[in-house]
Design a protein around this ligand. Sequence first.
Ligand code: ADP
Ligand code: MG
Length: 592
Amino acid sequence: MTVAEAGQPAVGAVAGEPRFIIGPSQMPIRQLSKEVSSAIAAGEVVERPASVVKELLENAIDAGARSIEVVIEGGGKRLVMVSDDGEGIRADELSLAVGRYSTSKLESVEDLRSIRSLGFRGEALASIGAVSRMEIVTRARGAAAGSRLVVEGGRIGEPEPVGASPGTLVRVQDLFFNVPARRKFLKSESTELGWIARLVSRYAMAYPDRRIRFEGEGRERLHTGGSGDRREALAAVYGLQDAQAMIPLMEPAMDGFGFALSGFIGPPPIHRSNRREITVFVNGRWIQDVGLGSAVTQAYHGLLMVGKYPVAALFLQIAPDQVDVNVHPAKAEVRFADPQLVFSGVQRAVRASLLGQVPVHPLSFGPSGPTPGWTGSALHADRAAAPERVIQLPTEAAGAVPILRSVGQVGATYLVAEGPDGVYLIDQHAAHERVLYERLMKQADSQSPESQSLLEAITVEFGPSEINTLELNLSALGALGFRVEPFGPQAYRVRAVPAVLSGIAPDRALRAVVEDFEEDETPLGEETEARLAARVCKRAAIKAGQILSSEEQRELLRDLERCQAPRTCPHGRPTMIHLSVAALERQFGRRG
Ligand code: ADP
Ligand code: MG
């Protein structure tokens, strides 16, 4: 089944994106049979206030709500309130809705294979009601009046008629009041609030067609307009500036992969020191998948400073029979029929968008001088006051730089070059870092790194914690082509260095490995080599202030042209800025 066949466009679907129906199921609420309920992954749904918010939000979305409000007090421990304008619950079904395994979204084991709603376990309201004081006020569409039901610590009261507007309001107070052990386990109010805020933000980005308002501790913290414009939702979450700088994924649909991917990824300068802002939704469901997360980080390979992680909001649509959502009690994990296909598809799409959009920094002539940070992305191009758009590159050369003609060196720091569309100023240090880094990583990937033996081994002394750091990284060093051995308790001997680094003081290269280590997070196996390589290259690269011969200048340009990601150094800073012919013409008054 293809994506197009599997999903019919739903009301309010985001323009241009295929989407599976998330919405009212039209089925009555019923208690699932033993057979079905035992087939549902067992486990605790309610772990902390954020899990309550997640379940109630998902219920509101499933109910077809256009407008959803979340109100939190005391980090969600004292109050979680979610109200929506969805289809509501019929008065005669209200008691059933709060019972275990009661759902309107699933009937048979067969249905479990093609779930199209966020909920299906029929467990959330029952679980929440068991560990809190829960009140539901709801009015079904078309019903003359509403009804109200209270559940306290699992004791279900009698539903009573009340006046209510269409939709549903669930008020959850004093979470875990009857399970002190669990309550003690909760974190501080501000930590719990942080989790909830991140969760609501994710759903706001995933459902830009719903109006979502979040109020925490008496303050409005998020409010999306429900226009369906995902960038608008991103702005509500990340602020206008970052949202505008984020790069749309270039592949709205990946035919042949059996899935479609959309979303936004942060350009390298927008990053975090942890993975928390990598958000992945699969068929409208937020999932935490280690494999998908690292597919995203790997796509930033060499573009982000080591120990830094990207910001990304990815929305994957895949035929429901290609993904099993029934593997985790909180539905936070899924199992793909062909995980490798999905991971490599995601990685490729992110990488392509990233390289295609990493712009050459254009030179701006505003009063503030050259624009700092990330400018010239596709978004800025359509802004009236935007600096001249960077040259448009053919897709197959995405990320590449054009052939450059060396003109000279300025201030012993920058190279001046001419390209097909104007002048390029190149930071010689950053450019050389990039060149060395790619060579070194290529060597490391080749499994048999080329080493250059030193005529005379060099001894480098270290302090105790530095020795420890070095020892932790010995195998990565070997993979890069270093040959080092302990020499007494406080020293190491360097016998060989990577061939690509020959001509560089070996002791400096080795010192680079252990310095600044405290700044990093815990080292990650997969990234150790890249991190070491980036650090070593920083030390080894040509410095600012170093005069280069014409031949050396030309060689550096040639080497840079051959790089995969020539526009940034391994730490994500730009290697070049661009002054287009059009910008020159404007400045000289040749063109309006
Ligand atoms: P599930 O979502 O897995 O079906 P829940 O315990 O979360 O289980 O909800 C039980 C049932 O109550 C749902 O199937 C749905 O019919 C009804 N329900 C819950 N919340 C809402 C809501 N906000 N609007 C309308 N119906 C709701
Ligand atoms: Mg539910």
